[in-house]
Design a protein around this ligand. Structure first.
Ligand SMILES: Cc1cc2nc3c(=O)[nH]c(=O)nc-3n(C[C@H](O)[C@H](O)[C@H](O)COP(=O)(O)OP(=O)(O)OC[C@H]3O[C@@H](n4cnc5c(N)ncnc54)[C@H](O)[C@@H]3O)c2cc1C
Length: 409
């Protein structure tokens, strides 16, 4: 079995790595979640350079501004970006909105919306989650009432990620009250500056910027409706397919591990380098094995995505599973090695690894973004392994029981 890359792919990886290492300052801190205005401005400039180099949407077809890279080439770019700690301001536009438009947009929508995304001129938020619609996406209650050539939207979204000012809200709304409830939803790309939309920052423990978004009788022209009316739930399932594919997360973990290994070589405890402590060595070896498994699972997903003819249930997708399963234990194992200093934050004179581990520990307290671990296991069981669906009533009862348990805990 050959897991290697071709000569062309290795050359591409080298070029991309050189681009990021020459553009990023030595003390670049990939705290992409929690960025101030200065960092935002820097990221915008870096993004413009990447657009010029053709590293922004290279995997898109040429007609949409891409460079015609293969899925594997694109995976290499994602992996190198993860390693460098770079996340583009409009990563949701690139990974979710653009590909969705290519699949279900009208010709007019494709011409109008895709080129500005490909040129890096937009910021899109994925505004799906609501107070009563997280894992249970079909329960979306944001109301969209048809009125002439528009829909009028009223309701609330919550936990919507994004630190940059958005141009577009990629959102799901209820256009029909039906049973079953997943048959009454519609997908929209709503201009974020329409009258009646308000944003309220929702600080989370991970330090990232999430938002509550309120829609107060927001008039949205029908030209912003994506795909088929009342088929939004099915379209959203396709969006989640795009969301699950990743090679970047594992390389981010690999970088952290490399830095931790360097720390263990340099740092002495009880007169000896940490690296000579058998417990530390054992932990590092375990982490290295898991990082490599996660990396290979990411590549398996990318390969499977590249191989299939049409969007549909993935045969198997373990990359997300491992990312969710191991992020918190990895953060704990790493902080345990460092000890009390791992609690120090960026800015402290004594902070190890520029405070990355302290942030990693906090971020991994909640791994709900992009779907919870339990939901990923359900998707793997049903779509990956072909196990029978759990009856809807039982599923709801299980979800309610878990929610009740987590609230009372
Ligand atoms: C940092 C962060 C960023 C986010 N960014 C975005 C964003 O940009 N856009 C967006 O739309 N949303 C975003 N979200 C929201 C995220 O998608 C939801 O948190 C997630 O879908 C889970 O929904 P919930 O929080 O309502 O939890 P719930 O669905 O209420 O779940 C609570 C618990 O019950 C479990 N559970 C629920 N149903 C079942 C079941 N049937 N079987 C077994 N277990 C079940 C869950 O696994 C979980 O442990 C973000 C969340 C976080 C924390």
């Amino acid at each position: 079995m050959e897991f290697g890359f071709t000569e062309h792919q290795e050359k591409l990886r080298k070029e991309i790595r050189e681009f990021f290492s020459s553009e990023l300052p030595e003390d670049y801190e990939p705290d992409t979640e929690n960025m101030g205005k200065e960092v935002q401005a820097f990221m915008m400039q870096l993004k413009d350079k990447a657009v010029k180099k053709g590293y922004y949407v290279p995997g898109w077809p040429k007609e949409y501004g891409g460079a015609g890279y293969t899925e594997i080439d694109q995976g290499i770019l994602d992996e190198e970006m993860g390693y460098a700690g770079v996340l583009w301001p409009d990563f949701l536009g690139l990974h979710l909105v653009g590909p969705t438009l290519m699949m279900i947009g009208t010709e007019e929508q494709k011409k109008r919306f895709i080129p500005p995304i490909a040129r890096g001129e937009t910021v899109c938020f994925e505004a799906f989650t609501e107070p009563e619609a997280g894992s249970d996406e079909a329960n979306v209650q944001l109301k969209a009432v048809e009125d002439g050539d528009s829909f009028v939207l009223s309701g609330q979204k919550v936990f919507i990620s994004g630190a940059f000012e958005p141009n577009w809200l990629f959102t799901l709304a209820r256009t029909t009250q039906t049973v079953p409830k997943h048959r009454g939803l519609t997908l929209f790309l709503v201009p974020a500056n329409l009258p009646g939309i308000t944003f309220r920052p929702l600080p989370t423990m991970g330090g990232g910027r999430q938002n509550e978004i309120y829609f107060d009788e927001v008039r949205v022209s029908k030209e912003y409706l994506l795909g088929e009316i009342n088929r939004g739930f099915y379209h959203a399932m396709m969006v989640f397919e795009f969301e699950r594919r990743m090679t970047g997360a594992a390389s981010r973990g690999k970088r952290q591990l490399e830095e931790l290994i360097a720390f263990c070589k340099e740092t002495k405890r009880d007169g000896k380098p940490l690296m000579e402590d058998p417990h530390v060595r054992d932990t590092l070896a375990g982490l290295a094995i898991q990082c490599e498994v996660q990396r290979l699972a990411g590549w398996h997903s990318t390969w499977a995505f590249a191989e299939r003819d049409e969007i549909g249930p993935m045969p198997y997708d373990l990359s997300n599973y491992y990312a969710k399963k191991w992020a918190a234990p990895h953060a704990k194992a790493m902080t345990d090695i460092i000890g009390l200093y791992a609690q120090l934050r960026t800015g402290s004179k004594w902070v190890p690894m520029m405070g990355r581990l302290e942030r990693m520990w906090k971020v991994t307290r909640s791994m709900h973004a992009g779907g919870t671990f339990e939901v990923i296991k359900i998707v793997l069981a049903q779509r990956g392994l072909g196990l029978p669906r759990i009856p809807a009533q039982l599923m709801t009862a299980a979800g309610e029981a878990i929610k009740k348990g987590s609230k009372s805990a």
